[in-house]
Each structure stands twice: as structure tokens, then as C-alpha cells.
Design a protein around this ligand. Structure first.
Ligand SMILES: Nc1ncnc2c1ncn2[C@@H]1O[C@H](COP(=O)(O)OS(=O)(=O)O)[C@@H](OP(=O)(O)O)[C@H]1O
Ligand SMILES: Nc1ncnc2c1ncn2[C@@H]1O[C@H](COP(=O)(O)OP(=O)(O)O)[C@@H](O)[C@H]1O
Length: 183
């Protein structure tokens, strides 16, 4: 098994299940791997405080998260990023940043139809966005560019959390980041 770090980049719309999946993955990966979670929602209170939701700010958000993730991964940490990161271009940029440092980058697309997200509405944000009270809301009044060839796709409206977790762990095992029996 290799002890190189990796970046698991979870992308998907608000409420798709990024935070839920990161928490479940962290539990499964520990203690075999040192794990850090960088969640957009939380990171926006420190590393990317002050950034908004324009294209420019979202790209900057992804870039800064990518830099920190790369630093950690270079020292053997398994980094789980949970950020909407709606633009193909910025996901490609962080993938390239990781490659420069020879850090494995695994893109996980957490997909759920907009209808399901509106029904789920965990934080009540879709209701506000649909009422026109939240401008530039991803999927409603702002774009989400789905990954064209993600390493793993998780369909959170039709499969249980555990199924998604297993698929991501399989991808990590296949890349040698977990021992065959672990997790
Ligand atoms: N306009 C708009 N669009 C999307 N999301 C919004 C918006 N305004 C606030 N929020 C809240 O911010 C969280 C997303 O932050 P991210 O850093 O992941 O976004 S991004 O990657 O920069 O697009 C997101 O968290 P999640 O629901 O966990 O995805 C929302 O709670
Ligand atoms: N298969 C699944 N994977 C992830 N979340 C799911 C799944 N099925 C239902 N959910 C629910 O969807 C919601 C996702 O919220 P959250 O993880 O905060 O999303 P995000 O971080 O993408 O905004 C949670 O209430 C979670 O329990």
C-alpha cells in the first residue's frame, strides 16, 4: 500500500450530499489514514472568508482550497474536499495543481436531480432562491457544470449513503491508497 496522500474532490450542488459523504468517509478512512476534511461551507469562515458567489470568487475559493489540500496531501494526508465547485475549468485547474505535486486527485460527482434537492432543501436555501431572495444560487439562478468524466459518480437520490461510500473506497483501494482489507 502506498502512503502517498490524495485529494478526494467532492463536487455537487447544495444539498447533494457532499458533507454527509465526507463525514462518512472520514470515519471509514480513520484511523488507517490521516484525514482532513475541507468543506466549502466551513472553509468560507476562515481560508476563503469574504469571498462571494460570483464566478471569479467561486474559482478563487476552489483555488485556495486546492492549494491547502495539495500541501496536506504532499505530506501523506488524505484530504476530502466538499465544495460545490461548479466550474469545469476550476476543477481542471486544481487537478493540474495536484498533478504538479504528484498528488493523486480523485473527482467524485455527487449527482441528484434538482427536484430531489428542492424537496430535500436541508437548509431552506432552495425555497429562498426560488422566491428570488438568493441571487446566483447554484442550479436555480447560477450554473452548475457537471463533470464530464468523474472518477466516481454517486447518485444520492437513488442510492444509500453507504453505497456511495463503498464506491469511493473501492476507487481509493484501486489506486493503492488503502490496504485491501481496510475500511
Ligand atoms: N448563491 C449560492 N450558491 C450556492 N451556495 C450558496 C449560495 N449562497 C450561500 N451558499 C451556501 O454556501 C455553500 C457553498 O459553498 P462552496 O464554497 O461549496 O461553494 S463554491 O464551491 O464556491 O461554489 C452552500 O453549502 P452546501 O449546501 O453545503 O453546498 C450553501 O450553504
Ligand atoms: N445517498 C445519500 N448521500 C448523501 N446524502 C444523502 C443521501 N441520501 C440522503 N441524503 C441526505 O441529503 C442531505 C445532504 O445534505 P449535505 O450533506 O449537507 O449536502 P451538501 O454538503 O452537498 O450541501 C442530508 O440530509 C443527507 O442525509
Amino acid at each position: 500500500m502506498n502512503r502517498r496522500g490524495f485529494i478526494l474532490w467532492l463536487t455537487g450542488m447544495s444539498g447533494a450530499g457532499k458533507s454527509t459523504l465526507s463525514r462518512a468517509l472520514r470515519e471509514r478512512l480513520s484511523p488507517e489514514r490521516a484525514v482532513e476534511v475541507l468543506d466549502g461551507d466551513e472553509v468560507r469562515t476562515w481560508l476563503t472568508r469574504g469571498l462571494g458567489f460570483s464566478r471569479e470568487d467561486r474559482e478563487e475559493n476552489a483555488r485556495r482550497i486546492g492549494h491547502v489540500a495539495r500541501l496536506l496531501a504532499r505530506h501523506g494526508v488524505g484530504v476530502i474536499v466538499a465544495a460545490i465547485s461548479p466550474y469545469q475549468r476550476s476543477r481542471a485547474e486544481v487537478r493540474a495543481l495536484a498533478a504538479e505535486a504528484q498528488v493523486d486527485f480523485v473527482e467524485v460527482y455527487i449527482e441528484a436531480p434538482l427536484d430531489a434537492l428542492i424537496t430535500r432543501d436541508v437548509k431552506g436555501l432552495y425555497k429562498k432562491a426560488l422566491a428570488g431572495e438568493l441571487p446566483h444560487f447554484t442550479g436555480v439562478s447560477d450554473p452548475y457544470e457537471a463533470p464530464e468524466s468523474p472518477d466516481v459518480t454517486v447518485r444520492s437520490a437513488t442510492e444509500p449513503v453507504e453505497a456511495g461510500v463503498e464506491r469511493v473506497l473501492d476507487a481509493l483501494r484501486a489506486r493503492g491508497h488503502l490496504s485491501p482489507r481496510a475500511a
